[in-house]
Design a protein around this ligand. Structure first.
Ligand SMILES: Cc1ncc(COP(=O)(O)O)c(C=O)c1O
Length: 238
């Protein structure tokens, strides 16, 4: 029997999972039992958390990392599964029967190399690490101002606000996996109308700006979010 553990985006989708995850994998379970640890860094990879990969915050060495988005910053489509020697050595003697028409397309690979050079030359990962604590402070202030922010969490430039109707019960402002509540739909429309393009899902507002963002630009975006939060502040039921 083979056991695989796959961790998908543990940082912001799951409230307290990141801490649990760091603790859990400090146990040598994958070493002792031959479990393959697969880490999904599609969102958290390429500097988003202030390190090249989110898993580096833990000191754990996964067997496989899957990655995409930040690999080319979306300029061209490319994803990859990067494996350690333990996994790759299996394929020294065994063929990997797979492949797609456009696998490893040279142009997408060139875009990835160009992006990686920009991350390094513009010191974007160092910049993201520096922005992390600044963002945290700003979000603390935002939460003090807006009762509808139930929780915020994140690291580097990878944050999410969870919008609630009631801070004590943590009733979400829009139900999980259902269409938007009227107030959340209005909030999302307000962000767009005021020029802020971000991902809003269920009761969550993602704060995942470009890694080159300045503090001044960040404040501009946060101001738009702050104005829009007046909509959900009014529909609190506590
Ligand atoms: C955390 C995470 N994992 C995996 C995926 C899927 O990635 P892909 O479309 O490159 O297969 C996504 C897509 O949004 C994602 O956010």
């Amino acid at each position: 029997m083979s056991i695989f553990i796959a961790i998908k985006d543990s940082i912001i989708f799951n409230a307290s999972f990141f801490g649990l995850f760091l603790g859990l994998f400090q146990l040598p379970i994958n070493i002792s039992y031959g479990i393959v640890l697969i880490i999904d860094e599609v969102m958290s990879g390429f500097g988003r958390t202030g390190k090249w990969f989110g898993i580096e915050h833990s000191g754990i060495n996964p067997d496989i990392i899957v990655m995409a988005k930040g690999m080319t910053s979306g300029y061209l489509p490319l994803g990859a599964a990067v494996v350690n020697d333990k996994v790759s050595s299996y394929f020294d003697k065994n063929a990997l029967i797979g492949g797609l028409t456009y696998s490893a397309h040279a142009m997408s690979c060139a875009a990835a190399i160009a992006c990686i050079n920009v991350y390094k030359e513009d010191r974007l990962i160092e910049h993201t690490a520096q922005m992390g604590p600044i963002v945290k402070k700003k979000l603390q202030t935002l939460q003090e101002k807006h009762p509808s922010i139930g929780e915020f969490r994140g690291i580097g430039l990878f944050w999410v606000l969870e919008i609630v109707k009631n801070r004590k019960t943590r009733e979400p402002a829009s139900p999980w996996n259902k269409p938007y509540s009227p107030e959340m739909a209005q909030l999302a429309a307000d962000l767009r109308k005021n020029g802020l393009s971000t991902f809003v899902r269920w009761n969550m507002i993602f704060i995942v700006p470009p890694l080159c963002i300045t503090e001044k630009e960040f404040d501009e975006g946060l101001n738009i979010i702050s104005n829009a939060l007046q909509i959900t502040d009014k529909t609190m039921n506590e």
